[in-house]
Each structure stands twice: as C-alpha cells, then as structure tokens.
Design a protein around this ligand. Structure first.
Ligand SMILES: [Zn+2]
Length: 98
C-alpha cells in the first residue's frame, strides 16, 4: 500500500539564542545580531556563521550602554547608539509587520 499518512506537521525547531544583556532565550528572529568586524561591533545582516552577540531587538532596556558594557566593553556606547538608531529607522520605514 502506498497510502502513507501525511503525518502531522511537527513543530518547527526554532533555534534559540540568548541575549547577552538580559540572558533571555528567544528565537533568533527576535534579536539583533552583532558581530565584530575589524574591531568594531556592527549589526550583522548577512546570514553567516561566526562569532556574534545577540541583543533583544525590541527591548530598550537591553540597549543601555551601562548594561551593554559587560558584553561590549568600551564600545558599549557605540552599540547602544546603533541599536537605538536601528530601532528608529525601523519605526519610520515600516509599521509593525513582518
Ligand atoms: Zn535582552
């Protein structure tokens, strides 16, 4: 017989990441991924492996340079500015759709 049951779609395995600031575990899509390029932290938009740091993309509490300092050290203010600027850009460009 070839009547193979289609089977229930299984839950997608969503890879979880941990915020370097608040330690929350969430799906990767809810984070901003930062990577260090030539000594400077910047947002990583290209999907590739490597060393990265994840920060909640929707949580201003995680964007305070004081809290970022543990993960980013002296570059924390730069990272904070990047996250805030990114958020403002997202806000003006599009509504909350995905
Ligand atoms: Zn966080």
């Amino acid at each position: 017989m070839c009547a193979t049951p289609a089977g229930q779609p299984r839950e997608h395995h969503v890879p979880e990441r941990t915020c370097v600031v608040c330690r929350a575990r969430r799906p990767q899509s809810e984070f901003v991924r930062l990577t260090r390029v030539e000594g400077h932290w910047q947002e990583q938009t290209v999907n590739r492996t490597g060393r990265g740091a994840y920060v909640c993309s929707d949580s201003p509490n995680c964007w305070q340079d004081k809290r970022l300092r543990r993960a980013f050290g002296p570059q924390a203010p730069d990272v904070a500015a990047l996250l805030v600027r990114r958020f403002q850009t997202t806000q003006t460009n599009q509504p909350m759709t995905d």
